[in-house]
Write a protein that binds this ligand. Structure first.
Ligand SMILES: [Zn+2]
Length: 693
C-alpha cells in the first residue's frame, strides 16, 4: 500500500532573474511564492505516521552590498602623529574597537554577545592574520565640515584640515559619531582664505597604539530597515602617506543580532567579512593600492588623489589593479557569446589564483559581476570561489583563503600571515577551463569524459528531493537548479536538455544563486517547521541529528561526521512493516582512518572501503528497527592522510543482520540490552577516529 501523506516541503524559488530594487539599489532574494513539494511517505505494511509540515529551504543569505562610502563621507590625507614607530617585525595589526553608546543600549544578552564574543573574536582573528607595513603611532582623526560643499583646505606643514565655513558639530564615521577625544582641533578659513583660525577645543589625545580604529554601533539605520542584513561596514578616513584606511565603522542591525548559538559562526564570518571591506577589500580603495615598494599603482593628480570616476562614484583605478577581460562564454544551442569580466590583477593575487585553480595562464582573479552596486566589484566571483569569505553572499562554511590574504598584501598596506589562511576546496586544481570558461562548458566537458560534474550539478530540485553532498562533503545538499519565472539573460542560459523539461522552457532554468552566474551547484539547506528554523543539513552539527523515528538512513550528525552518498533509499523494517522516505540520496555518517583504509561507521558497525565508489550494503538494527540501505564509499584520500592502495572489495556477504526476532514478545527487553551495548561502541569508535580538517 502506498499512501500519500500531506508532508509538505517548500523550496525557495530563488531570486528573480536580474532582480534589483530601485532607489537604494537594493536587491535581494525573492520568495515568489514557495514551491510546495509534496513528499510521499511510503508505507509498506500499514503503519500510520503522523503528518507534519516541514518546509525545506536552501541556505542562502541576501548578497552583501558593501556600501562604498561617497567622496564626501571619506576624509583622505589624514596626517598621523609619530608616523613611524619602531616595532617588532612580527607584530600584529592593532585594531582598536570603540563601542558606540548604541551598543550599550542593546538587550543585555545581545550586548554581551557583541562585546564579549563577536567583535573580540573577529578582530583577534584579523589581527593575527595581518600586519601593517607602516604602523601608526597615534591616530588623531580629521574633522568633518558643517556644510556639504567642497570645503576643506590644507596647508603644507599644517596637519589640520580646514573648513571654509565651520566644522560639523559631530564628525561621523558612517552612521557613528566619533568621540571628541579622537579628533583634531577645528580649523576654519573664512572665505577660504588663510590664515585659518583654530576654533574650539585643542587637539585631543587621539587613539594610541592602534593601526585602525573600528567604531562599532548597533543603530537601527535606514539600511537596516531596507536590507535584510546583519551588519555593514566601511572605512571613513585614510592616512596621508600611504592612503591606508585608519578608521572605519561596523554597524550591526539590532534586530538581526541573533543570540541563537547555531547562528554564531555565521555572524562571526559576516563580521570578519565586513571588517575586511573596511580594511582594504573595497572598490572604493582599488585606486589607492600600492606596489610592494609603496608606489601608487594608479597615477595621482597634484593633490595626491587618483582621478574620480563620477559615473561609478569611485576613484578610478588603473589596469595595474583591475582589468577588463573578455571571456569565450559557451551557452545553450552551441552558441558562444562574449562575456566581459573584471579581474583583479595585482601580483600576489594572480600568483595565488593560478596556484589555486592550477591554471598558469590565468590573468587575475575574477571579481563579482552581478548583484548591483555594492555586490559587484567588491567581492570575488561567486561561481569561482563559492564559499570563500569574500564572495558576495554568505554560505555556511565560509573560509578566508590565501587569495583574500594575497589581496590584502597587494593593497600595499599589509603583510599577511598565510598560516592563518583556511583551506578552500571549491575550484582547487580544476584547471583553466573551470576558471576561464562558462559552467556550461565545464559541465558538458565533464559529461563527455563521464566524470563527476562537481562542483556543479544538473539535477532539478523536484519532488522527491534528490539529496547529494555539498562539494566539501561536510553537509547534505540539493542541487539548486530550478525554474525561474522569466527566461534568464541569454549569457546565463546553459541547458540544451533537461530530463522532463520541454525545449521551449530551457531558457527558464538555472542555479538559484544569481551572483554565481546562475551556475547550478549543490547547496546545504535547512528544515523549517511552521516558519521556525529546525535544523540544518550540516553533518558536523550535533543538534542536526534527526529524531529517532525519522532517522531512516541511520545517520549520525556530529563534529566528526561527513556526508556520504546513498546508493539506494534506506528502508526501516519491523515485523511486517516497512518505512522509507522519498527524499534520499545522501546522509551524514562517521568515518575513521585505519591502516586497511577508510572505515564507514553506521551505528556501531564499521564497513571497510577498499576503493572509492564501492557499494556498502548496510543492514543494522537501531531502536527495534532494521535499517537497510546502500552507501557509496568516498575516496579514502578525501578524509585520511594515509591510505593503502585501492583494491577490489571482498565478495559481498549479503546476509542481513537480523539478530533477533523483533516481533517476539521478548524483543523490547533484548533491544534495550542491544542498545546499551550499542552505546558503548561510539566511545570505542571515538578513539579510532582520525582528526581531519
Ligand atoms: Zn561584502
Amino acid at each position: 500500500m502506498v499512501t500519500t501523506l500531506g508532508l509538505k516541503m517548500a523550496a525557495e524559488s530563488g531570486r528573480r532573474a536580474g532582480s534589483s530594487d530601485s532607489g537604494l539599489g537594493l536587491s535581494r532574494w525573492h520568495w515568489s511564492g514557495p514551491l510546495w513539494f509534496r513528499g510521499v511517505l511510503l508505507l509498506l505494511g500499514g503503519l500510520r505516521a503522523s503528518t507534519t509540515s516541514i518546509p525545506v529551504s536552501l541556505r542562502s543569505s541576501p548578497p552583501c552590498r558593501h556600501h562604498v562610502p561617497s567622496d564626501s563621507e571619506v576624509i583622505n590625507k589624514v596626517h598621523l602623529k609619530n608616523h613611524i614607530v619602531k616595532r617588532d617585525v612580527n607584530e600584529h595589526l592593532r585594531i582598536k574597537i570603540i563601542y558606540d553608546k548604541s551598543i550599550e543600549e542593546l538587550l543585555p544578552e545581545k550586548r554581551h554577545l557583541v562585546k564579549n564574543k563577536l567583535f573580540p573574536q573577529a578582530v583577534s582573528y584579523l589581527e593575527k592574520t595581518f600586519q601593517v607595513r607602516r604602523p601608526a603611532g597615534t591616530i588623531l582623526l580629521s574633522r568633518q565640515c558643517a556644510t556639504n560643499q567642497y570645503q576643506y583646505l590644507r596647508k603644507e606643514n599644517d596637519h589640520h584640515r580646514c573648513c571654509t565655513e565651520e566644522c560639523a558639530e559631530h564628525t561621523k564615521c558612517g552612521p557613528i559619531i566619533v568621540p571628541e577625544e579622537h579628533l583634531q582641533q577645528c580649523r576654519v578659513c573664512c572665505g577660504g582664505k588663510w590664515p585659518c583660525g583654530a576654533v574650539g577645543v585643542p587637539d585631543q589625545e587621539g587613539v594610541r597604539d592602534a593601526d585602525f580604529v573600528l567604531y562599532v554601533g548597533a543603530l537601527a539605520t535606514e539600511r537596516c530597515s531596507h536590507e535584510n542584513i546583519i551588519s555593514y561596514a566601511a572605512y571613513c578616513q585614510q592616512e596621508a602617506k600611504m592612503d591606508r584606511p585608519i578608521a572605519g565603522y561596523a554597524n550591526l542591525c539590532p534586530n538581526m543580532i541573533s543570540t541563537q548559538p547555531q547562528e554564531f559562526v555565521g555572524m562571526l564570518s559576516t563580521v570578519k567579512h565586513e571588517i575586511i571591506h573596511a580594511l582594504g577589500f573595497s572598490a572604493g580603495l582599488f585606486a589607492f593600492y600600492r606596489d610592494k615598494d609603496g608606489n601608487p599603482l594608479t597615477s595621482r593628480f597634484a593633490d595626491g588623489l587618483p582621478p574620480f570616476n563620477y559615473s561609478l562614484g569611485l576613484y578610478q583605478w588603473s589596469d595595474k589593479v583591475v582589468r577588463k577581460v573578455e571571456r569565450l562564454w559557451d551557452i545553450r544551442d552551441n552558441k558562444r557569446v562574449p562575456h566581459t569580466v573584471n579581474l583583479l590583477v595585482t601580483p600576489r593575487v594572480v600568483d595565488e589564483a593560478r596556484k589555486h585553480f592550477n591554471c598558469p595562464i590565468l590573468e587575475g582573479m575574477e571579481l563579482e559581476n552581478q548583484g548591483g552596486m555594492g555586490t559587484e566589484l567588491n567581492h570575488w566571483e561567486k561561481r569561482l570561489l563559492e564559499n570563500e569569505a569574500m564572495t558576495g553572499s554568505h554560505t555556511q562554511n565560509r573560509v578566508l583563503s590565501r587569495i583574500t590574504l594575497a589581496l590584502m598584501e597587494d593593497t600595499g598596506w599589509y603583510k599577511a600571515n598565510y598560516s592563518m589562511a583556511e583551506k578552500l576546496d571549491w575550484g582547487r586544481g580544476m584547471g583553466c577551463d573551470f576558471v576561464r570558461r562558462s559552467c556550461k562548458f565545464w559541465i558538458d566537458q565533464q559529461r563527455q569524459k563521464r566524470q563527476m560534474l562537481n562542483p556543479y550539478c544538473n539535477t532539478l530540485r523536484s519532488n522527491p528531493l534528490q539529496l547529494t553532498c555539498r562539494q566539501d562533503q561536510r553537509a547534505v545538499a540539493v542541487c539548486n537548479l530550478q525554474k525561474f519565472p522569466k527566461p534568464l539573460p541569454q549569457e546565463y542560459q546553459y541547458f540544451d536538455e533537461l530530463t522532463g523539461v520541454p525545449a521551449e522552457d530551457l531558457p527558464y532554468y538555472g542555479g538559484s544563486v544569481e551572483i554565481a552566474d546562475y551556475c547550478p551547484f549543490s547547496q546545504e539547506f535547512s528544515w523549517h517547521l511552521s516558519g521556525e528554523y529546525q535544523r540544518s543539513s550540516d553533518c558536523r552539527v550535533l543538534e542536526n541529528q534527526p529524531d529517532l523515528f525519522k532517522n531512516y538512513g541511520a545517520e549520525k550528525y556530529g563534529p566528526h561526521s561527513v556526508c556520504l552518498i546513498q546508493k539506494s533509499a534506506f528502508v526501516m523494517e519491523k515485523c511486517e512493516r516497512k518505512l522509507s522516505y522519498p527524499d534520499w540520496g545522501s546522509g551524514c555518517y562517521q568515518v575513521s582512518c585505519s591502516p586497511e583504509g577508510l572505515k564507514v561507521w553506521v551505528q556501531d558497525t564499521s564497513y571497510l572501503c577498499s576503493r572509492a565508489g564501492q557499494v556498502l550494503p548496510v543492514s543494522i538494527q537501531m531502536n527495534g528497527w532494521i535499517h537497510d540501505g546502500n552507501l557509496l564509499c568516498p575516496s579514502c584520500w578525501d578524509f585520511c592522510e594515509l591510505c593503502p592502495p585501492e583494491t577490489d572489495p571482498p565478495a559481498v556477504n549479503l546476509t542481513r543482520a537480523l539478530p533477533l526476532d523483533l516481533c517476539s514478545r521478548s524483543s523490547s527487553l533484548v533491544v534495550t540490552l542491544w542498545l546499551l551495548l550499542g552505546n558503548l561502541f561510539p566511545l570505542l569508535a571515538g578513539f579510532l577516529l582520525c582528526v581531519w580538517h
